[in-house]
Design a protein around this ligand. Sequence first.
Ligand SMILES: *Cc1c(COP(=O)(O)O)cnc(C)c1O
Length: 228
Amino acid sequence: MDIYKLRDNFDAIVQRVESARIRRSEHHIVQIVAVTKYVGTQEIRALYELGQRAFGENRVQDLKAKTSALEDLPLEWHFIGRLQKNKINHLIDLDPWFMQSLDSLELALEIDKRLEAKGKKMQCLLQINSAKEETKAGVMPERAYDEYLKIIEETKHIDLVGVMTIGAHTDEREKIKESFETTYKIYETLKPHGAQICSMGMSGDFELAIECGSNMVRIGSLFFEGIN
Ligand SMILES: *Cc1c(COP(=O)(O)O)cnc(C)c1O
């Protein structure tokens, strides 16, 4: 692994996030989650040495392997993938910092039951299918507000603190922007109900997402380009 290239990638990402957040507002703070689903523990350790603390994985198995191999480090783990019912207990046992991909009331109720049994809590974000794509998980935008309130009402152990979306899958910037704006509007209506995090933006569109109000970006491939 080319550690210097990794450092350069990291620096470039930080600078681009910094410029984008200032275009939004000088008071706008953005957290960077490094998505490590493409790499192993060596790369995660290297990023930790460079100052990165928040990491994201989209499969429970991988999260489990990596958290146990990296137990000695104080990392913040974010689960960002589709959660199958039979993996709920495994995820809870891993004590993730955030579960970003809560995509229905039904899943929330199921997780809540297991949390109750284990005497635990979990911070979650409601995933919104902001471009209404069939291949994507998430609540439809027009139902998101009601679903969010129902989850708050009907669960005791889920701490719902915001929303997450994946931008529209297209090369058209306008369409991607629209999906971010849709999500941000929903986020704003949910602020009085405790929403604090609007997680949107990946390697290809994080600057646009930040300009639309994102305060958490999930960046994977850009970190690791050319390091091997
Ligand atoms: C893989 C993934 C990312 C990171 O994607 P890149 O394009 O590699 O930056 C972000 N969010 C989710 C939900 C992902 O699955």
